[in-house]
Design a protein around this ligand. Structure first.
Ligand code: SF4
Length: 284
């Protein structure tokens, strides 16, 4: 059985940067540090960071430390205002790609565009970006059906979640272009790391008999990878750790592909590979 790992599987630039900043700060200050929400969407990494004194809290009033780390997804504009009123030091680990999307949102919104943000409205990154829009002048869209609620006589700006499926974003752009009356601007806010991961995952899924996608169940980009792979290879399985691998998945498989979300550390990917090798021996 040949096991192939997508070259860009695992931590992306923004996640690596946020974790490096958090770990460096924890070592430097030697006291408890807080993040608003988990620093990345991977429960195993969040547990490891807690051992280093970095704890997520749900809201500003729950902050226990005198330093707060802003995670790679960014935070809502209102929360940043709340933090600014307190005597708390801020380490801003917002990914530069998310920052750029926040800036686009601010400028398009202030120029009077109605914003269509393509993404998951419950995702913290979307909530942080959309918080920079003018109230009541935006919608978050997750399927083409929802376009029926848009007033196409408005001038429209399109912005995407950084981890959006490229093909879906293109389909929304096409539909908006077809219907819009006044004008439309499109911001290319899907980050390069996401595009690369999705392209590699699609190629690998096409030449694998079984595809394993590794990452947190709460990770949007991991779920997107799973959906892309599943649309190409029905034998696609999403796991958080090697413990969930089922030997039955690998029967008769000659080529196994592995990809992993942007918040999946290398050590989890390695454990998955080792476990698949053990399963291979057992299945013989
Ligand atoms: S997936 Fe892209 S936007 Fe999100 S943290 Fe990683 S590099 Fe930044």
């Amino acid at each position: 059985m040949k096991i192939s790992i997508a070259p860009s599987a695992g931590f992306c630039f923004g996640v690596k940067r946020a974790i490096d900043m958090a770990v460096y700060s924890a070592g430097k200050f030697g006291t408890e540090l807080n993040t608003i929400g988990p620093i990345i969407h991977n429960p195993q990494v969040v547990c490891l960071l807690e051992e280093k004194g970095i704890f997520p809290v749900e809201s500003v009033d729950k902050i226990r430390s005198d330093t707060i780390i802003i995670r790679s997804h960014g935070i809502k504009a209102g929360i940043a205002d709340e933090i600014a009123k307190k005597d708390i030091a801020v380490i801003d680990a917002t990914c530069p790609f998310v920052k750029k999307a926040q800036d686009y949102m601010k400028s398009a919104s202030s120029e009077g565009y109605f914003i269509i943000m393509v993404g998951d409205k419950k995702h913290p990154e979307v909530q942080s970006i959309i918080s920079f829009a003018v109230a009541g002048r935006y919608m978050v869209l997750n399927n083409l059906e929802e376009l029926k609620h848009v007033d196409f006589t408005e001038k429209i700006a399109l912005i995407s979640q950084t981890t959006q499926d490229v093909m879906f974003y293109l389909s929304v752009i096409y539909e908006v272009f077809r219907r819009v009356k006044k004008g439309v601007i499109v911001f290319n806010t899907i980050c390069d790391a996401t595009k690369l991961k999705q392209e590699e995952a699609a190629v690998l899924a096409a030449r694998s008999d079984v595809m394993i996608v590794v990452g947190g169940y709460n990770s949007a980009n991991t779920n997107k990878l799973k959906n892309i792979c599943k649309s190409i290879q029905d034998r696609t399985y999403h796991v958080e750790t090697e413990k969930e691998l089922d030997p039955g998945w690998f029967r008769d498989a000659e080529n196994v592909g592995i990809t992993a979300g942007a918040s999946t550390p290398d050590w989890i990917i390695k454990k998955v590979v080792e476990k698949i090798k053990v399963i291979e021996k057992q299945n013989k």
